[in-house]
Ligand binder design. Structure first.
Ligand code: PLP
Length: 413
């Protein structure tokens, strides 16, 4: 049966997917009763764990009103209003509007379009956007795929040419990001850049940490040259990095923030674009020529409003949990790194981390397969094996998963 579904990113002649019949907390249970730790929270989406009773009961409570879908213009629900207000309260600062999409990539594309509209109205047109060489901003639409520098863009760039330039060298800790910043400034000087998009904290590219003050200096350059700063918080948002959003660790305010994944903890598709007043005000008199059928679908907004409640609960207790667990995860994974010759590095921010492996494709495939047989699922992208469990994972369960990783690595040492 699985052969009839086209699976993203892989050759289709692969093993049949595992059939999952149930999930709870950080565990998945297969049809043949195997218990697997979901050690990358789906795709860093299920921040609040599987089978979360508060979320599940809110879904049931909010469906007996009979609303399936509401027209996007002229109608709303209390939960969508609560959601937008909560998001704006959480980001603080001078943000004034939230635009909803289906997921992360269309949030990023919308942000890019809005930035170009801003420059069309305010600055008489600027038509290029920049991103880091090692970055990912989505893979499902043509424009969004070309925004970031992930090698998976190459198959699209063969067919399509669009004005997205993921050309900025990723900042290095050794020069405190100087080379990267100089490159950005040289590009900005030309005067044709509308926006720069950066993840609040790097994910898919390999959790490449920013030097202290890097984002702050990018913000300064954006102010100096009137380039809009877009922070992509699709993966790094919603407490994943130990702050509500990754960019907040740098005490900056982006002009536009995009997010998805953890906004609903993966229980329904939803993306959001959070606009500063400076940007959103351009649409006070000029129509916003953009839209989609499911902009703020009521099911997704209900779930997201419940997630806001959980994130905020008990004075953002979840953030304390992330920061406690992060320190333990770092210590344990550093130990594994020290004794494993094929691990080049381990990088972590909050609970967003990965091992960088020095293994062949075949060796990584074997390692992954053994890990799964031993009961741990970790997302792997190229040479990076991610460890990013649900933020609600119990310390004991996290330590057990790390043990499994340790002895599975041991077998391959
Ligand atoms: N931006 C970042 C930083 C991501 O990590 C992802 C997906 O992993 C996306 C955007 C794309 O999100 P979606 O798959 O919901 O389109």
């Amino acid at each position: 049966m699985s052969g009839k579904t086209l699976i993203p990113w892989v050759k289709q002649i692969t093993k049949a997917p595992l059939l999952i019949k149930r999930a709870s907390g950080s565990f998945l249970f297969t049809n043949d009763n195997r218990k697997i730790v979901d050690f990358t929270a789906g795709a860093m989406a299920v921040n609040l764990g599987h089978g979360n009773n508060t979320i599940l009961s809110s879904i049931i409570d909010n469906t007996d009103n009979g609303i399936s879908y509401l027209p996007i213009n002229g109608f709303s629900t209390t939960n969508r209003n609560i959601l937008s207000s909560k998001i704006l309260e959480f980001v603080g600062g001078n943000y004034s509007k939230v635009f909803y999409t289906n997921g992360g990539i269309d949030a990023n594309e919308s942000a890019d379009f809005i930035a170009r509209e801003y420059h069309k109205i305010v600055r008489n047109g600027r038509k290029k956007s920049l991103a880091l060489q090692k970055s990912f901003h989505g893979g499902s639409t043509i424009a969004g795929s070309l925004m970031g520098g992930d090698p998976r863009r190459n198959s699209k760039s063969l067919h399509y040419k669009l004005p997205f330039f993921p050309v900025i060298p990723n900042p290095s800790m050794t020069d405190n990001g100087e080379q990267s910043l100089t490159f950005i400034e040289n590009q900005f000087r030309i005067g044709d850049i509308s926006s720069i998009i950066l993840e609040g904290s790097s994910g898919t590219a390999g959790c490449i940490l920013y030097p202290p003050d890097y984002l702050k200096q990018v913000r300064n350059l954006c102010d100096q040259y009137d380039v809009l700063l877009i922070c992509d918080e699709v993966m790094s948002g919603w407490c994943r990095t130990g702050s509500l959003f990754g960019y907040q660790q740098s005490s900056i305010e982006p002009d536009i923030i995009t997010t998805a994944k953890g906004i609903t903890s993966g229980y329904a598709p939803l993306g959001a674009v959070i606009l500063s007043e400076k940007v959103s005000s351009i649409f006070d008199e000029t129509p916003f020529m953009y839209g989609l059928t499911y902009s703020g679908h009521q099911l997704s907004c209900n779930i997201a409003a419940t997630c806001m409640y959980i994130y905020e609960h008990d004075d953002f207790k979840i953030l304390k949990n992330v920061n406690n667990l992060s320190a333990i995860l770092k210590k344990e994974c550093d130990k594994i790194t020290d004794k494993t010759s094929f691990v080049r590095d381990f990088r972590l921010n909050g609970l967003l981390g990965c091992f960088e492996l020095d293994l062949s494709e075949e060796q990584i495939a074997n390692l992954m397969s053994d890990l799964l047989d031993n009961g741990v699922y970790c997302l792997r992208i190229r040479e990076n094996l991610f460890v990013s469990p649900p933020l609600t994972i119990y310390e004991q369960n996290m330590l057990s998963a790390i043990d499994i990783i340790d002895y599975t690595f041991e077998k391959h040492r």
